[in-house]
Design a protein around this ligand. Sequence first.
Ligand code: SAH
Length: 367
Amino acid sequence: MSAPALNPLATEIAAMIAQDGPMSVERYMGLCLSHPVHGYYMTRDPLGADGDFVTSPEISQMFGELLGLWSAETWRLIGAAQPARLVELGPGRGTLMADALRAARAAPDFFAQLTVTMVETSPTLQARQQRMLENAERTVNWADAVEQIPPGAAIILANEFFDALPARHYVKTPEGWRERQVGFADGRFVFGAAPEIEKYLTVEAETGAVLEVGAIGQRIMTTLAARIVAQGGALLVVDYGHAQTVLGETLQAMRDHAYVDPLESPGEADLTTHIDFAGLGRAAKAAGARVHGPVTQGYFLRQIGIVQRAQALMRNATPEQRAEIERSLVRLISEENETDMGRLFKVMAVTQRSVEALPGFIEEPTV
Ligand code: SAH
């Protein structure tokens, strides 16, 4: 079989490998997603039916509306700081924030005080978000990194943000754990292992096992949790992943709503990994914060009133619209199968230790 033709990013990565040797999976994933010219998020709007994947806010306006109401309620609960600062990490098309702001008008004390910060690295998506929020009637600022969020108590929302950050892989060999790398041989990218042994990694596993570590996400979590401990606020993380730390890799590439090989056509497919909520929770606790959840997305959305919201929308809807509301409700909250969004997606929040209960995370009494 002859090697496939290389796209411009593949040519560049192959040249880097020829010069410096194989690179870490983390570096490879970072280049595919965020290379300034050819990176996946830098060049396109990947969301929606005609994009590569669909997210909850793109499925239904109810998702962003409920997160807006959750933000208002949480803001009051933790002391109604002035100004009310609402932040979103990786806001995609800006749909979630537009829906959240519309719903937040129902909480005039919150809305009147509100200023918004969008944390987004992609210029293409920043422009898209600016258009989406043109009529928001609130001050909206953009930042490229969490360190640039203005100081003060902030309600920070992150839907499908942590899964889009590069992760490291380690592979178990008979001599010990080695970092997994991407090399280039016979015209293609191939996985390999670094020559050095990672002596501090002592997890027991069989030869060939892969350990995935979201080090960049953990660092961001540490920064945000420390900020919340010092200045107040709350972080809400919604993402797909597992509640417990597990072995095995979850790196996946998605293009046109189908899975493809992550080593083929770098920069042209969305690369993600499942989130290790336990690892993120440990990072937040180590910074002195309280962790709420994770609970399933289905549980969280039900508890903050998605069913009632759907019923209210249906009252003024045509039969076709009603069917559509019903369909998107089921899609967001169903927990029947393991791959249903209501179950695969989990929700976790981080606050100061003094905040004991948050809407969406209150345990239902068992009878
Ligand atoms: N939250 C949106 C989009 C999810 S896609 C939704 O639910 O529809 C991931 C988003 O994170 C994109 O907007 C992408 O450009 C952004 N992103 C990826 N890496 C980032 C980083 N390091 N800092 C800020 N934003 C980032």
